[in-house]
Design a protein around this ligand. Sequence first.
Ligand code: FEO
Length: 394
Amino acid sequence: MKPFEIAEGIYSVGVEDWNIRDFHGYSTPCGTSYNSFLIVDDKIVLIDTVKKEFADQLLANISQIVDPKKIDYIVSNHTEMDHSGGLPRVMHRVGEDKPLYCSKMGFKNLSLHFGQKWNYRPVENSEELNIGKRTLTFLETRMIHWPDSMFTYIKEDKILFSSDGFGQHYAGPEKFDDQIGEAVMGHAKKYFANILMLYVDRIKQLLNSIGELGLEFNIICPDHGIIWRKNPGKIVEAYARWCDLKPKRKAVVIYETMWDSTKAMAEKIAEGIAEEGVDVRPMHLRAWHRSDIITEVMDARAVIIGSPTLNNTLFPTIMDFLTYMKGLKTKNKIGAAFGSYGWSGESVKLINKELEEMNIEIIDPGLKIKYVPNQEGMDACFDLGKRIGKAILD
Ligand code: FEO
Protein backbone atom coordinates (compact mmCIF):
# COMPACT_ATOMS: atom_id res chain seq x y z
CA MET A 1 0.00 0.00 0.00
CA LYS A 2 1.14 3.52 -0.71
CA PRO A 3 1.73 5.50 2.46
CA PHE A 4 -0.96 8.03 3.20
CA GLU A 5 -1.42 10.89 5.62
CA ILE A 6 -3.86 10.39 8.48
CA ALA A 7 -3.37 13.78 10.10
CA GLU A 8 -0.79 16.48 9.58
CA GLY A 9 2.61 14.79 9.81
CA ILE A 10 1.18 11.38 10.73
CA TYR A 11 1.30 8.68 8.09
CA SER A 12 0.12 5.12 7.66
CA VAL A 13 3.12 3.27 6.25
CA GLY A 14 2.06 -0.36 6.73
CA VAL A 15 1.37 -3.09 4.21
CA GLU A 16 -1.47 -5.23 2.96
CA ASP A 17 -1.31 -9.00 3.02
CA TRP A 18 -3.81 -9.43 0.22
CA ASN A 19 -3.59 -13.18 -0.16
CA ILE A 20 -3.43 -14.55 3.37
CA ARG A 21 -6.43 -16.82 3.89
CA ASP A 22 -5.48 -18.48 7.17
CA PHE A 23 -4.21 -16.30 10.00
CA HIS A 24 -3.10 -18.86 12.59
CA GLY A 25 -6.36 -20.74 12.20
CA TYR A 26 -8.64 -17.74 11.62
CA SER A 27 -10.07 -17.54 8.10
CA THR A 28 -9.25 -14.26 6.36
CA PRO A 29 -11.20 -14.26 3.08
CA CYS A 30 -10.39 -10.55 2.57
CA GLY A 31 -6.73 -10.85 3.61
CA THR A 32 -5.46 -8.44 6.24
CA SER A 33 -3.15 -5.49 6.72
CA TYR A 34 -0.28 -4.89 9.12
CA ASN A 35 -0.60 -1.21 9.91
CA SER A 36 2.41 0.78 10.97
CA PHE A 37 2.48 4.52 11.64
CA LEU A 38 5.09 7.22 11.18
CA ILE A 39 4.90 10.45 13.18
CA VAL A 40 7.04 13.27 11.85
CA ASP A 41 7.55 15.85 14.58
CA ASP A 42 10.74 17.32 16.08
CA LYS A 43 11.44 13.66 16.69
CA ILE A 44 10.40 11.05 14.13
CA VAL A 45 8.66 8.01 15.55
CA LEU A 46 7.66 4.68 14.04
CA ILE A 47 4.82 2.83 15.77
CA ASP A 48 4.83 -0.93 15.22
CA THR A 49 6.25 -2.83 12.30
CA VAL A 50 4.91 -5.65 10.12
CA LYS A 51 5.36 -9.37 9.50
CA LYS A 52 8.96 -10.28 8.78
CA GLU A 53 8.41 -10.97 5.07
CA PHE A 54 6.94 -7.48 4.53
CA ALA A 55 9.72 -5.53 6.28
CA ASP A 56 11.34 -4.31 3.06
CA GLN A 57 7.99 -3.07 1.80
CA LEU A 58 7.52 -1.17 5.08
CA LEU A 59 10.97 0.41 4.72
CA ALA A 60 10.19 1.37 1.12
CA ASN A 61 6.99 3.04 2.30
CA ILE A 62 8.82 4.94 5.05
CA SER A 63 11.44 6.02 2.52
CA GLN A 64 8.77 7.82 0.50
CA ILE A 65 8.39 10.17 3.47
CA VAL A 66 11.73 10.19 5.30
CA ASP A 67 15.01 8.34 5.19
CA PRO A 68 14.50 5.50 7.73
CA LYS A 69 17.82 6.46 9.33
CA LYS A 70 16.15 9.70 10.48
CA ILE A 71 13.70 7.82 12.67
CA ASP A 72 14.52 8.74 16.27
CA TYR A 73 12.31 6.34 18.22
CA ILE A 74 10.52 3.08 17.61
CA VAL A 75 7.43 2.11 19.61
CA SER A 76 6.40 -1.54 19.85
CA ASN A 77 2.83 -1.71 21.10
CA HIS A 78 2.70 -5.49 20.77
CA THR A 79 5.17 -8.34 20.46
CA GLU A 80 3.17 -10.74 18.31
CA MET A 81 5.08 -11.51 15.15
CA ASP A 82 2.66 -9.82 12.76
CA HIS A 83 3.76 -6.50 14.32
CA SER A 84 7.29 -7.21 15.49
CA GLY A 85 8.58 -9.77 12.97
CA GLY A 86 9.90 -6.87 10.87
CA LEU A 87 11.81 -5.32 13.80
CA PRO A 88 15.24 -6.88 13.09
CA ARG A 89 15.22 -5.57 9.52
CA VAL A 90 13.84 -2.19 10.58
CA MET A 91 16.29 -1.77 13.49
CA HIS A 92 19.14 -2.65 11.17
CA ARG A 93 18.13 0.17 8.78
CA VAL A 94 17.04 2.70 11.39
CA GLY A 95 19.95 2.09 13.72
CA GLU A 96 20.36 -0.65 16.32
CA ASP A 97 21.01 1.94 19.05
CA LYS A 98 17.75 3.87 18.56
CA PRO A 99 15.45 3.83 21.61
CA LEU A 100 12.77 1.16 21.34
CA TYR A 101 9.80 1.93 23.60
CA CYS A 102 7.63 -0.94 24.79
CA SER A 103 5.77 -2.07 27.90
CA LYS A 104 7.68 -3.87 30.64
CA MET A 105 6.21 -7.18 29.46
CA GLY A 106 7.02 -6.12 25.92
CA PHE A 107 10.65 -5.75 26.96
CA LYS A 108 10.65 -9.30 28.35
CA ASN A 109 8.90 -10.73 25.32
CA LEU A 110 10.96 -8.87 22.73
CA SER A 111 14.13 -9.94 24.55
CA LEU A 112 12.99 -13.55 24.36
CA HIS A 113 12.25 -13.24 20.67
CA PHE A 114 15.18 -11.12 19.56
CA GLY A 115 17.71 -11.03 22.41
CA GLN A 116 18.93 -8.07 24.43
CA LYS A 117 20.82 -6.31 21.67
CA TRP A 118 18.55 -3.28 21.27
CA ASN A 119 18.17 -0.08 23.27
CA TYR A 120 14.94 -1.09 24.99
CA ARG A 121 13.06 1.57 26.94
CA PRO A 122 10.39 -0.21 28.98
CA VAL A 123 7.70 2.27 30.01
CA GLU A 124 5.32 2.58 32.94
CA ASN A 125 1.59 2.79 32.40
CA SER A 126 0.68 6.41 31.48
CA GLU A 127 4.32 7.39 30.98
CA GLU A 128 4.73 10.26 28.53
CA LEU A 129 7.30 11.00 25.87
CA ASN A 130 7.51 14.46 24.33
CA ILE A 131 8.43 14.43 20.65
CA GLY A 132 8.06 18.14 19.87
CA LYS A 133 4.60 19.57 19.33
CA ARG A 134 3.15 16.28 20.47
CA THR A 135 3.28 14.01 23.48
CA LEU A 136 3.00 10.24 23.32
CA THR A 137 1.27 8.58 26.27
CA PHE A 138 1.78 4.84 26.70
CA LEU A 139 -1.21 2.98 28.08
CA GLU A 140 -0.75 -0.54 29.34
CA THR A 141 -3.48 -2.86 28.03
CA ARG A 142 -2.24 -6.12 29.47
CA MET A 143 -4.01 -9.21 28.07
CA ILE A 144 -5.76 -7.23 25.34
CA HIS A 145 -4.72 -9.53 24.04
CA TRP A 146 -1.16 -10.45 25.08
CA PRO A 147 0.65 -9.66 28.35
CA ASP A 148 2.78 -7.08 26.54
CA SER A 149 -0.01 -5.22 24.74
CA MET A 150 -0.17 -1.45 25.06
CA PHE A 151 -1.76 1.51 23.28
CA THR A 152 -0.03 4.77 22.38
CA TYR A 153 -2.03 8.00 22.53
CA ILE A 154 -1.32 11.50 21.24
CA LYS A 155 -3.20 13.84 23.52
CA GLU A 156 -2.72 16.95 21.36
CA ASP A 157 -4.38 15.31 18.31
CA LYS A 158 -6.52 12.84 20.29
CA ILE A 159 -5.24 9.99 18.15
CA LEU A 160 -5.04 6.48 19.56
CA PHE A 161 -2.75 3.79 18.17
CA SER A 162 -4.61 0.79 19.49
CA SER A 163 -2.51 -2.20 18.46
CA ASP A 164 -4.89 -5.15 17.85
CA GLY A 165 -7.76 -3.41 19.65
CA PHE A 166 -10.56 -2.17 17.36
CA GLY A 167 -8.91 -3.95 14.41
CA GLN A 168 -10.25 -6.12 11.65
CA HIS A 169 -8.65 -8.61 9.29
CA TYR A 170 -9.44 -6.75 6.11
CA ALA A 171 -7.43 -5.59 3.10
CA GLY A 172 -9.16 -3.49 0.50
CA PRO A 173 -9.10 -0.18 -1.34
CA GLU A 174 -10.79 1.56 1.59
CA LYS A 175 -8.57 2.84 4.38
CA PHE A 176 -11.05 4.69 6.60
CA ASP A 177 -14.43 3.93 8.16
CA ASP A 178 -16.13 6.64 6.10
CA GLN A 179 -14.92 4.91 2.92
CA ILE A 180 -16.02 1.37 3.76
CA GLY A 181 -19.20 2.23 5.66
CA GLU A 182 -21.21 -0.32 7.62
CA ALA A 183 -19.43 -3.30 6.02
CA VAL A 184 -16.52 -2.82 8.42
CA MET A 185 -18.62 -3.88 11.39
CA GLY A 186 -18.87 -7.53 10.32
CA HIS A 187 -15.08 -7.75 10.05
CA ALA A 188 -14.66 -6.01 13.43
CA LYS A 189 -17.16 -8.34 15.08
CA LYS A 190 -15.43 -11.43 13.72
CA TYR A 191 -12.12 -10.07 15.01
CA PHE A 192 -13.61 -9.45 18.44
CA ALA A 193 -15.22 -12.91 18.60
CA ASN A 194 -12.07 -14.78 17.64
CA ILE A 195 -9.32 -12.72 19.27
CA LEU A 196 -10.83 -10.79 22.15
CA MET A 197 -13.97 -12.55 23.41
CA LEU A 198 -12.17 -14.34 26.23
CA TYR A 199 -10.88 -11.01 27.57
CA VAL A 200 -14.20 -9.18 27.85
CA ASP A 201 -13.74 -8.45 31.57
CA ARG A 202 -10.40 -6.77 30.92
CA ILE A 203 -11.80 -4.85 27.96
CA LYS A 204 -14.64 -3.55 30.14
CA GLN A 205 -12.08 -2.36 32.70
CA LEU A 206 -10.11 -0.67 29.95
CA LEU A 207 -13.18 1.08 28.57
CA ASN A 208 -14.05 2.25 32.08
CA SER A 209 -10.58 3.60 32.66
CA ILE A 210 -10.68 5.40 29.30
CA GLY A 211 -13.88 7.07 30.53
CA GLU A 212 -12.34 7.93 33.92
CA LEU A 213 -9.25 9.43 32.29
CA GLY A 214 -11.50 11.47 30.03
CA LEU A 215 -9.68 10.29 26.93
CA GLU A 216 -11.32 11.37 23.69
CA PHE A 217 -10.54 9.99 20.28
CA ASN A 218 -10.60 11.91 17.02
CA ILE A 219 -8.96 8.99 15.25
CA ILE A 220 -8.34 5.38 16.24
CA CYS A 221 -5.58 3.61 14.34
CA PRO A 222 -5.58 -0.16 14.84
CA ASP A 223 -2.78 -2.41 13.62
CA HIS A 224 -5.12 -4.26 11.27
CA GLY A 225 -7.65 -3.00 8.75
CA ILE A 226 -9.62 0.20 8.63
CA ILE A 227 -8.76 3.41 10.52
CA TRP A 228 -11.65 4.96 12.46
CA ARG A 229 -11.79 8.71 11.75
CA LYS A 230 -15.40 9.58 10.95
CA ASN A 231 -16.93 7.94 13.97
CA PRO A 232 -14.38 6.32 16.29
CA GLY A 233 -17.06 6.25 18.99
CA LYS A 234 -18.93 3.68 16.94
CA ILE A 235 -16.35 0.93 17.44
CA VAL A 236 -15.82 1.86 21.11
CA GLU A 237 -19.57 1.59 21.67
CA ALA A 238 -19.68 -1.71 19.78
CA TYR A 239 -16.90 -3.08 22.02
CA ALA A 240 -18.84 -2.01 25.13
CA ARG A 241 -21.90 -3.82 23.77
CA TRP A 242 -20.02 -6.94 22.67
CA CYS A 243 -18.30 -7.16 26.06
CA ASP A 244 -21.66 -7.82 27.68
CA LEU A 245 -22.01 -10.99 25.56
CA LYS A 246 -25.72 -10.43 25.76
CA PRO A 247 -27.40 -13.15 23.69
CA LYS A 248 -29.98 -12.50 21.02
CA ARG A 249 -32.97 -14.72 20.38
CA LYS A 250 -30.81 -16.87 18.20
CA ALA A 251 -29.61 -20.47 17.97
CA VAL A 252 -26.68 -21.97 16.12
CA VAL A 253 -26.92 -25.65 15.20
CA ILE A 254 -23.38 -26.84 14.58
CA TYR A 255 -22.97 -30.33 13.20
CA GLU A 256 -20.93 -32.92 11.37
CA THR A 257 -22.35 -35.74 9.34
CA MET A 258 -21.10 -38.95 7.70
CA TRP A 259 -24.10 -40.32 5.75
CA ASP A 260 -26.45 -37.35 6.18
CA SER A 261 -28.43 -38.72 9.14
CA THR A 262 -27.02 -36.16 11.60
CA LYS A 263 -27.51 -33.53 8.89
CA ALA A 264 -31.19 -34.49 8.56
CA MET A 265 -31.50 -34.25 12.35
CA ALA A 266 -29.79 -30.83 12.37
CA GLU A 267 -32.11 -29.41 9.76
CA LYS A 268 -35.23 -30.77 11.46
CA ILE A 269 -34.11 -29.41 14.85
CA ALA A 270 -33.51 -26.05 13.15
CA GLU A 271 -37.02 -26.19 11.69
CA GLY A 272 -38.43 -26.75 15.16
CA ILE A 273 -36.46 -23.80 16.56
CA ALA A 274 -37.61 -21.57 13.69
CA GLU A 275 -41.20 -22.66 14.32
CA GLU A 276 -40.98 -20.81 17.64
CA GLY A 277 -39.95 -17.61 15.85
CA VAL A 278 -36.28 -17.83 16.79
CA ASP A 279 -33.43 -16.94 14.42
CA VAL A 280 -31.53 -20.17 13.71
CA ARG A 281 -28.43 -21.03 11.66
CA PRO A 282 -27.63 -24.68 10.86
CA MET A 283 -23.87 -24.75 10.19
CA HIS A 284 -22.09 -27.82 8.84
CA LEU A 285 -18.51 -27.84 10.08
CA ARG A 286 -17.13 -28.78 6.70
CA ALA A 287 -18.97 -25.91 5.02
CA TRP A 288 -18.18 -23.17 7.54
CA HIS A 289 -14.88 -22.16 9.04
CA ARG A 290 -14.73 -22.35 12.82
CA SER A 291 -13.87 -18.64 13.01
CA ASP A 292 -17.12 -17.77 11.19
CA ILE A 293 -19.15 -20.14 13.35
CA ILE A 294 -17.78 -18.67 16.58
CA THR A 295 -18.78 -15.21 15.34
CA GLU A 296 -22.36 -16.45 15.10
CA VAL A 297 -22.07 -18.19 18.47
CA MET A 298 -20.92 -14.99 20.21
CA ASP A 299 -24.40 -13.45 20.31
CA ALA A 300 -26.49 -16.63 20.17
CA ARG A 301 -28.44 -17.85 23.19
CA ALA A 302 -28.35 -21.54 22.20
CA VAL A 303 -25.50 -23.66 20.90
CA ILE A 304 -26.75 -27.01 19.66
CA ILE A 305 -24.07 -29.51 18.71
CA GLY A 306 -24.56 -32.62 16.57
CA SER A 307 -22.06 -35.37 15.85
CA PRO A 308 -22.27 -38.89 14.56
CA THR A 309 -20.51 -41.46 16.71
CA LEU A 310 -17.30 -42.45 14.96
CA ASN A 311 -15.07 -45.16 16.45
CA ASN A 312 -16.79 -44.79 19.82
CA THR A 313 -16.11 -41.09 19.99
CA LEU A 314 -16.89 -37.75 18.35
CA PHE A 315 -16.23 -36.81 14.75
CA PRO A 316 -12.82 -35.05 14.87
CA THR A 317 -14.00 -31.68 13.53
CA ILE A 318 -16.55 -31.47 16.36
CA MET A 319 -13.79 -31.82 18.94
CA ASP A 320 -11.77 -29.22 17.04
CA PHE A 321 -14.65 -26.77 17.25
CA LEU A 322 -15.48 -27.53 20.88
CA THR A 323 -11.83 -27.02 21.83
CA TYR A 324 -11.83 -23.67 20.04
CA MET A 325 -15.08 -22.57 21.66
CA LYS A 326 -13.88 -23.63 25.11
CA GLY A 327 -10.78 -21.45 24.77
CA LEU A 328 -12.82 -18.40 23.82
CA LYS A 329 -14.97 -18.66 26.98
CA THR A 330 -18.43 -17.98 25.62
CA LYS A 331 -20.98 -16.88 28.22
CA ASN A 332 -24.75 -16.90 28.77
CA LYS A 333 -25.50 -19.97 26.66
CA ILE A 334 -27.87 -22.88 26.76
CA GLY A 335 -27.11 -26.01 24.81
CA ALA A 336 -28.11 -29.47 23.70
CA ALA A 337 -26.58 -32.37 21.78
CA PHE A 338 -27.74 -34.77 19.11
CA GLY A 339 -26.38 -37.30 16.65
CA SER A 340 -26.86 -40.47 14.68
CA TYR A 341 -25.03 -43.67 15.57
CA GLY A 342 -24.68 -47.26 14.42
CA TRP A 343 -23.98 -49.40 17.47
CA SER A 344 -22.27 -47.73 20.44
CA GLY A 345 -23.64 -44.13 20.32
CA GLU A 346 -21.36 -42.16 22.66
CA SER A 347 -21.51 -38.81 20.84
CA VAL A 348 -24.37 -37.16 22.76
CA LYS A 349 -22.86 -38.06 26.13
CA LEU A 350 -19.44 -36.78 25.07
CA ILE A 351 -20.82 -33.50 23.71
CA ASN A 352 -22.79 -32.94 26.92
CA LYS A 353 -19.61 -33.42 28.93
CA GLU A 354 -17.85 -30.76 26.86
CA LEU A 355 -20.79 -28.36 27.15
CA GLU A 356 -20.84 -28.82 30.93
CA GLU A 357 -17.15 -28.00 31.11
CA MET A 358 -17.93 -24.74 29.30
CA ASN A 359 -20.65 -23.87 31.83
CA ILE A 360 -23.27 -24.11 29.11
CA GLU A 361 -26.63 -24.93 30.62
CA ILE A 362 -27.81 -28.21 29.09
CA ILE A 363 -31.54 -27.87 28.62
CA ASP A 364 -32.24 -31.37 27.31
CA PRO A 365 -30.55 -34.75 27.80
CA GLY A 366 -30.06 -34.84 24.02
CA LEU A 367 -31.25 -36.98 21.16
CA LYS A 368 -29.52 -39.91 19.52
CA ILE A 369 -30.96 -41.89 16.64
CA LYS A 370 -29.77 -45.27 15.39
CA TYR A 371 -28.62 -45.18 11.76
CA VAL A 372 -31.29 -43.16 9.91
CA PRO A 373 -34.05 -41.04 11.45
CA ASN A 374 -37.50 -42.39 10.53
CA GLN A 375 -40.65 -40.29 10.81
CA GLU A 376 -40.78 -40.81 14.55
CA GLY A 377 -37.15 -39.74 14.83
CA MET A 378 -37.74 -36.66 12.68
CA ASP A 379 -40.71 -35.72 14.84
CA ALA A 380 -38.49 -36.08 17.92
CA CYS A 381 -35.95 -33.72 16.30
CA PHE A 382 -38.65 -31.18 15.50
CA ASP A 383 -39.96 -31.39 19.07
CA LEU A 384 -36.45 -30.93 20.45
CA GLY A 385 -36.11 -27.84 18.24
CA LYS A 386 -39.37 -26.47 19.58
CA ARG A 387 -38.25 -27.04 23.19
CA ILE A 388 -35.00 -25.22 22.44
CA GLY A 389 -36.91 -22.37 20.78
CA LYS A 390 -39.19 -22.03 23.81
CA ALA A 391 -36.22 -22.08 26.19
CA ILE A 392 -34.61 -19.25 24.19
CA LEU A 393 -37.77 -17.18 24.45
CA ASP A 394 -38.12 -17.80 28.20
FE1 FEO B 1 -2.12 -8.58 15.25
FE2 FEO B 1 -1.81 -9.96 18.38
O1 FEO B 1 -1.28 -9.50 16.66
